[in-house]
Design a protein around this ligand. Sequence first.
Ligand code: C5P
Length: 212
Amino acid sequence: MRIAIDGPAASGKGTIAKGLAKTFNLPHLDTGLLYRAVGLTVRDVPELNFEEEAIAAARSIDPSQLDPEKLGRAKVAKLASRVARIPKVREALRDYQVNFANQPGGAVLDGRDIGTTICPDAEVKIFVTASPETRARRRADQMASQGYDIGYDEMLRQIESRDEADRNNPAGAFYVADEAHLLDTSQLDIEAALRAAIAIVNQAMAGQPGSE
Ligand code: C5P
């Protein structure tokens, strides 16, 4: 079973994807980490060489060496969003994601373009969302618990600016896939959000051919 989870920053998609992977015993790939790793590699590269070096970094990335803790920072997210606009970066990261999605037994992937581009024939697609205010509050609290005091207002600004960049990414495919189930987590805590996602998966699988 292939499960594609998409959604904006801090919508809860990562936690939901991990929870689904555990529940259904599937491998999980957080595809944002790939873009973050490329962004971090080229953080000090001057504008003139930025694109070329980002493409080279994407082509030589080692997905087994991704460190979620190091890559989780807000500054890295901005760099990720920047390299994600380069078509050849997306192309270089594509095969790894497609192969991960299509491994025997299936997988859970989360990102921005999983249901639209990476795995358009996933058995289950969920688009996780929440209001920008809820997402900023969550992410500010999460950062504070890790010792980074960014503050709610600044976090809201960053989230809105990244939403805008991702929505208008000419190289991306960040829109809700036709068959995606919408899951708004604004009013849900993580347990309730995960329960809702599990229910969506169970329901979708019950409707698949051969499930009777
Ligand atoms: O999901 P996360 O916040 O870690 O993603 C960081 C950035 O990487 C996003 O804001 C987006 O610009 C980019 N991204 C993407 N396509 C994906 C995953 C992430 O463009 N599948």
